[in-house]
Design a protein around this ligand. Structure first.
Ligand SMILES: [Zn+2]
Ligand SMILES: [Zn+2]
Length: 129
């Protein structure tokens, strides 16, 4: 009769790590629902394929569109799954736009850009998962 085979509504594993997700309710459901556990495990595999730490290193290249299509797809996939990295990307984009008041064809030397980004990261108190 019911499409639900566990307790409570099915979990959407792609949104499991969203802040809006009620983790306690999700976990209670996961304990009773094998199919959701399997889908969450797939999400974990995808997150391991592109961990947060790797994404953080790639974010400037990503915003500069300096990553190839394959890498971009992996980053996009991670961003879909990871709210923390989505908000990090948004902040980073805003920061780069602020830095980018510099005319577009003036390319910042890498060490200058790195120094500015380091300041930005420190001001944020570091990246946590
Ligand atoms: Zn389920
Ligand atoms: Zn992440």
């Amino acid at each position: 009769m019911s499409a639900l085979d566990g307790r409570g509504p099915h979990v959407d594993p792609e949104h499991y790590y969203d802040e809006a997700t009620d983790k306690a309710a999700a976990d209670a459901h996961l304990a009773t629902c094998k199919s959701c556990r399997e889908r969450l495990e797939e999400v974990h595999v995808r997150l391991r394929d592109m961990p947060c730490s790797e994404l953080v290193e790639l974010v400037t290249e990503y915003l500069d569109e300096a990553v190839d299509a394959r890498l971009r797809a992996r980053i996009d996939d991670h961003l879909r799954l990871c709210e923390g990295c989505r908000s990090y990307l948004d902040e980073m984009r805003a920061t780069l736009e602020t830095l980018g008041r510099i005319p577009r064809d003036t390319h910042l030397p890498d060490h200058v850009r790195a120094a500015l980004l380091a300041v930005f990261r420190e001001s944020r108190g570091g990246i946590t998962g």
